[in-house]
Design a protein around this ligand. Structure first.
Ligand SMILES: [Zn+2]
Length: 199
């Protein structure tokens, strides 16, 4: 059962533009398409009109989402004719994600319409906030930077802050404290990076 939305986008002939319309009354019939019939009011000019139109049903696509070191699978709604292109950025559940692989009939393709896609692989690239604690002899000054979830940080690495360069001395992750130089930590698992001033 599809719920009737509180508002819809509709072309208003008075406003000569696509406007948000409040649904005063309406019902949806389900078939191959979704058919809406009802009365709507334009948010721009206040005109009330009786309308009837059909919309293609959204399709559900299996999406493998990788976030740093972890992967999860979700079923995500797409417009049937929405083109999905490898390498492009799309929004999944409100987060930015980069398409890494599109599969149609067991084959990997560069691009496809959502209705033909069997499975989709994306990488979550919504930036995470990484906290820095910079040791200034007598006190510690906090900073923060934005990084992609799987961006790596190392002890000994130089970072830029608005007050100049700092060097990483230790990294606290969700389960350990890294002090060795060649052990990477991913931005998404970092609780805090400890640094000292370079100069
Ligand atoms: Zn209007």
């Amino acid at each position: 059962m599809v719920e009737v939305p509180k508002s819809i986008q509709y072309f208003c002939e008075n406003c000569k533009a696509e406007r948000k319309h409040r649904v005063i009354k309406g019902k949806i019939t389900e078939g191959r398409n979704l058919r809406f019939k009802g009365v709507i009011r334009c948010s721009g000019c206040g005109a009330t009109r009786e309308v009837e139109f059909a919309e293609e049903r959204p399709v559900m696509v299996h999406v493998n989402i990788s976030f740093g070191e972890t992967t999860k699978t979700e079923r995500v709604e797409f417009e049937p004719d929405e083109e999905i292109v490898t390498g492009e950025t799309i929004v999944i559940s409100g987060r930015k994600a980069k398409v890494t692989k599109v599969e149609v009939n067991g084959r990997t393709v560069k691009r496809a319409d959502a209705q033909n896609v069997d499975r989709l692989w994306v990488k979550d690239i919504e930036k995470v906030r990484v906290k820095l604690a910079v040791n200034e002899r007598k006190f510690t000054k906090p900073y923060a930077l934005l990084a992609e979830p799987d961006e790596e940080f190392y002890v000994g690495e130089i970072l830029d802050t608005e007050d100049g360069e700092v060097v990483i001395t230790a990294i606290k992750t969700s389960d350990k404290l890294i002090k060795r130089e060649n052990e990477p930590a991913y931005a998404e698992e970092i609780r805090r990076i400890f640094c000292r001033r370079v100069t």
